[in-house]
Design a protein around this ligand. Structure first.
Ligand SMILES: [Zn+2]
Length: 633
């Protein structure tokens, strides 16, 4: 949290045990990275181990210790080392000796993949034996952290074959005790998802305690938020994943992690490869750079993972990442102690609804923080982190009540009945292909050229309003053209409701406008969302700009240096399934609700004139390529 990090991960194979550790660490250090995530143990140990049921790589020559040699070399170069473990699988010998430690598929068989047997997160291997393995590792090596891959029971193997819920005795007993019913037959059971998350948290607590006891300075890292010292995530691709691509992946991961767990660093790994079957073939270079710049813009370090050593047959990912790492090394001061200065909070929700709002806020240049939890709303922490507006993209929890009553503004969307007063609810209505009639173009100025929006989805019917803003036009004939809307009727069913609650105000859009915007990018839906946000913001927008919608702008503060950073990430190279070099943007005007007298573009190494006075100041960024950061003092 108080030193700059540049993280490289090389996912070594068992046949890489004979690598020259000195050369490997030299390449990492000169990249330049200052934190190195390298294989340590679990499925394959890259050091001699004496713990029962734990095996050194069969390719590790007698007398050699790849991990120990790399650690020593890294120490001499000032590079921190994170040891990688994967305890989710092991050899058949262990299964034969202790079958009760292993994952049991619904057909009673173990889960076997390439000769390796899956262990169960609730079994004795994870909960007891792993502690012996880790104790040896931590006592023998002065690591700076341990990272765990596949922490928990995966729902499918690497080839995508579903594994079903584990039926081992430990899972059966624990599930029955917790939920008072037998294990379900499918992993998509809601209780089962919660059960697996809770199981992972329990093991995380054990590992965290052990690591911190033996090596108080070492970090516990894995892909969960609880008990860890940093939040790991990945920006990755998969050929079978549904389109559209999500070009904000790194922003999403880092923004959410930093603002959900503000006391932890977010390590978002840029995965260099296309998908599992092509671990040595990289994604486009512009995609690699975009992810890394997004990491920086939201307060995280550059971090990249690749399979194998630094000697890649496809050099493109390394070549793309290197200038970003070099830039970070030159300007480390910019990337320590950053915190979001955004005054809008976006809560999570259904993926599509959430992404629709995420993208709209980015396109509209409204700085926002994402959080998994509501503790940011609790101003009693004394961090002065009151939000002007909270957006709940698919339903809103009752915990928001106090925030609104005390003067907060809240935008709720989606057909799920909110746990707050939004008007009299008449009933849930099924999937409807109707339209919304726009009545109030003064309140909704972005809709000045349309009186219609489309609805493709469910809605929650509210009682008619005195002053209608949007009203439903139910489905009517749409073919042949001669018959279109001949039978059309108008209703008083509201598509937008505004209400005061205590000292605060709520706007409710009782249909999935975020999800529709995510899938179709209708300017009507986007305009509605933006106008309702503007209606709710008590003092107008924090940031005003003429930047293109594909320029992502974040506002971060560095409290210890008493300055504000405005990051610019240029997404204009993204189109369809492609990432090209972004198009240069020129003369971007930015006005901020902030008192500052100096603006310096760090990348251009240029002072920018500041105009305006008092609480609103302006600067013009003369040129933007892939990334820029402007320092305001
Ligand atoms: Zn189990």
């Amino acid at each position: 949290m108080d030193e700059p990090v540049r993280l490289l991960q090389t996912n070594l194979r068992e046949i890489d045990s004979t690598l020259d550790a000195r050369e490997l660490v030299r390449q990492v250090a000169e990249f330049p990275a200052n934190a190195f995530l390298i294989n340590m143990g679990g499925i394959v140990a890259q050091y001699p181990t004496r713990v029962e049921f734990h095996y050194a790589s069969p390719y590790l020559p007698p007398g050699r210790d790849l991990f120990g040699e790399a650690l020593k070399e890294a120490r001499s170069r000032g590079v921190r080392v994170i040891g990688r473990f994967d305890l989710s699988k092991t050899r058949r010998d262990v299964f034969d000796a202790r079958p009760e430690w292993f994952f049991k598929r619904p057909n009673g068989e173990p889960a076997v993949y390439n000769g390796l047997y899956s262990t169960c997160i609730n079994g004795g291997y994870y909960r007891e034996h792993a502690l012996k393995i880790l104790t040896e590792a931590l006592e023998k090596y002065e690591v700076d952290g341990l990272f765990f891959n596949m922490f928990g029971n995966p729902s499918a193997d690497y080839s995508g074959n579903p594994l079903g819920p584990c039926q081992c005795d430990a899972c059966r007993t624990r599930f029955q005790a917790r939920y008072g019913r037998p294990l379900p037959g499918a992993t998509r059971d809601a209780d089962y998802g919660e059960f697996m998350a809770a199981s992972a948290r329990e093991v995380a607590a054990l590992f965290a305690e052990l690591i911190h006891r033996i090596r108080p300075g070492a970090a516990f890292l894995t892909y969960i938020q609880d008990h860890t010292d940093g939040v790991m995530s990945e920006s990755n691709t998969a050929v079978g994943r549904a389109l559209p691509l999500w070009p904000y992946s790194a922003s999403d991961n880092v923004n959410r992690a930093r603002n959900s767990e503000p006391d932890k660093m977010a390590f978002n790994l840029c995965m260099s490869f296309v998908d599992y079957p092509w671990r040595f073939v990289t994604v486009p270079q512009a995609e690699i750079q975009l992810r890394l710049y997004q990491n920086l813009a939201h307060g995280g370090p550059p971090a990249m993972a690749m399979l194998g050593s630094m000697d890649q047959e496809d050099r493109q990912a390394l070549l793309a990442a290197q200038p970003v790492f070099q830039w970070h090394a030159r300007r480390e001061d910019l990337y320590v102690g950053q915190r979001s200065a955004a005054r809008v909070l976006l809560l999570r929700g259904n993926q599509n609804s959430y992404r629709g709002f995420f993208r709209l806020l980015s396109e509209q240049h409204i700085p926002f923080a994402v959080s998994d939890n509501l503790r940011w709303l609790d101003d009693s922490r004394g961090e002065g982190r009151a939000f002007d507006l909270v957006i709940a993209p698919s339903g809103a929890p009752a915990e928001l009540d106090r925030y609104v009553r005390e003067g907060g503004r809240l935008l709720i969307a989606g057909p799920t009945p909110p746990a707050l007063p939004v008007g009299r609810v008449i009933g849930a209505r099924p999937h409807t292909q109707g339209s919304w009639r726009v009545h109030d173009q003064a309140l909704l100025p972005s809709l000045k050229n349309t009186r219609l929006l489309f609805l493709d989805g469910e809605y929650l019917e509210l009682a008619p309003l005195e002053r209608p803003l949007l009203t439903l036009i139910p489905p009517a004939m749409f073919g042949p053209p001669e018959k279109v809307w001949v039978d059309k009727v108008e209703t008083q069913v509201p598509g937008l409701a505004l209400s005061d609650h205590g000292k605060g105000r709520i706007a409710y859009i009782p249909w999935d406008v975020g999800g529709l915007y995510y899938r179709h990018s209708s300017p009507g839906h986007g305009g509605l969302m933006a106008d309702v946000i503007d209606y709710l913001l008590p003092q107008g927008r924090q940031l005003k700009t003429d930047a293109h919608p594909l320029v992502e702008i974040t506002v971060m503060k560095q409290p210890r240096r008493d300055r504000t950073l405005v990051h610019f990430v240029n997404l204009s190279g993204h189109s369809d399934t492609a990432y090209f070099a972004p198009i240069e943007m020129r003369n971007i005007t930015v006005e901020l609700a902030l008192d500052f007298s100096r603006a310096t573009a760090a990348g251009l190494n240029q002072k920018l004139p500041v105009t305006g006075a008092g609480r609103r100041r302006r600067f013009i960024l003369p040129s933007l390529n892939a990334y820029e950061v402007v320092v305001l003092e």
